[in-house]
Design a protein around this ligand. Structure first.
Ligand code: HEC
Length: 185
């Protein structure tokens, strides 16, 4: 069978067009793109400066947690500044593994720390549908955790999906995406 040059050219053109569409979909994902990961790296530095993460992090009293965050948790409310903008920051330290005791965590926090999940209130219009929260899930060293598709968890995480940060937190009482502020102690 003879394939004409014209067919080959068309095939190549279509392949390039397809590739282009694929790339633009990845860039338009609501989270995990270069802008999100750059921002998350700056935010981690700001968190270290504010003693919310890293070696000089302030310790609070850990408490027994709930899924999906971890067996033992710590929640801290602070402010952070990124690129000259200052916003509200909520930090949740997630300790594990399942069944770990509060006392074990207190004895060696670094050993039990599984992840640091945060919400950072960004400038108005960042994500007007979801009260402008920036979401991120860091590993203890400040790098970003990934979802099963390999997307880094930073930005408008899982916006539009039925599960994930935004979907679950949109059900928090008080219509502010925050669970702990409504806890009755
Ligand atoms: C299935 C539901 C669910 C999902 C998914 C979820 N969370 Fe949460 N999150 C909670 C609950 C419940 C709490 C309150 C835990 C507690 O009592 O301390 C919480 C607390 C938090 C807090 C402290 C502020 C608050 O709401 O009290 C942060 C920050 C946070 N989550 C970030 C994240 C990030 C980032 C993701 C995604 C990577 C995520 N969460 C995914 C349920 C969820």
């Amino acid at each position: 069978m003879k394939i004409s040059n014209r067919a080959i050219i068309w095939g190549v053109a279509l392949a390039i067009a397809g590739l282009g569409a694929g790339v633009s979909i990845a860039q338009n994902a609501p989270f995990g793109n270069a802008e999100d990961t750059d921002y998350a790296a700056k935010l981690w530095k700001a968190m270290e400066a504010a003693h919310m993460a890293g070696p000089s992090a302030i310790n609070t009293l850990p408490y027994e947690g709930v899924e999906p965050h971890g067996a033992v948790l710590e929640t801290l409310f602070a402010k952070a500044t990124v690129d000259g903008y200052t916003g509200a920051l909520v930090v949740k330290r997630n300790y594990g593994p399942a069944g770990v005791e509060v006392a074990t965590v207190q004895a060696d926090r670094a050993k039990s720390l599984g992840a640091v999940t945060i919400m950072f209130k960004r400038e108005a219009g960042y994500d007007a549908d979801n009260q402008d929260w920036f979401w991120a899930k860091y590993l203890p060293d400040g790098s970003l955790d990934k979802n099963p598709k390999g997307m880094q968890l930073a930005g408008r995480v899982a916006k539009g999906a039925e599960m994930g940060c935004i979907a679950c937190h949109s059900a928090a009482p008080g219509d502010d995406y925050l669970f702990t502020t409504d806890n009755k102690q």
